[in-house]
Design a protein around this ligand. Structure first.
Ligand SMILES: [Fe+2]
Length: 192
């Protein structure tokens, strides 16, 4: 006996909604207004800067994981654990920065090809490098991230440095500086 239209509709409701397509409803680089007492230009500038920091922090995070997997030699165990710990901490920062961008009304970078296009941290080779080279790369990457807020402060007038902007600086600056201090013999590179 043929199923009624009513029965077919119920069965259709239980079917997963897959292969959906549609246009994006907020393009990258476009802001939606949020009632956070920040001018549109300040919010836009903050989103642009935060996306740069996000790309660099994601790259730094992935650099830690690469080194976690590829480190070798007598210090393998200590570095293997240390690099993974710092990976996790950078991962938390990535989430905080990305969500701050959304809070400002922007769209955060997310996917690896977009991050690779944006970051200014030099691309490492695919192969394995010696531990001193790994640490040197990480310190250089940290320094790139730490230096950015200093440049950023020069871009915005003090009156526009409202709490979302200032606390964003604090969010990544303090943990990033403390990471540099984890390599005592080379912590001099983490200048204030
Ligand atoms: Fe692991």
């Amino acid at each position: 006996m043929a199923k009624s239209t009513h029965e077919r509709t119920d069965v259709d409701r239980a079917r997963p909604i897959d292969h959906q397509q549609g246009r994006e409803f907020q393009a990258f680089g476009h802001l939606t207004h949020r009632p956070i007492a920040l001018s549109e230009s300040a919010a836009k500038q903050s989103v642009e800067n935060l996306n740069q920091i996000l790309a660099d922090t994601m790259t730094l995070r992935d650099l830690y994981k690469k080194h976690h997997w590829q480190t070798a030699g007598p210090s393998f165990h200590q570095l293997h654990l240390l690099f993974d710990k710092h990976y996790e901490e950078q991962n938390e920062l990535v989430d905080a920065i990305a969500e701050r961008i959304q809070m400002l009304g922007g769209v955060s970078l997310a996917m690896a090809p977009d991050v690779a296009e944006t970051t200014i941290i030099p691309r490492p080779p695919k192969g394995r490098e010696l531990p001193p080279v790994q640490i040197s790369r990480l310190l250089h990457a940290h320094e790139i991230v730490v230096r950015r807020p200093a440049r950023w402060r020069g871009l915005l007038p003090r009156s526009e440095m409202t709490e979302p902007t200032i606390s964003s600086c604090r969010t990544w600056c303090a943990p990033t500086r403390s990471r540099c201090g984890s390599f005592p013999s080379t912590s001099w590179t983490c200048r204030s």
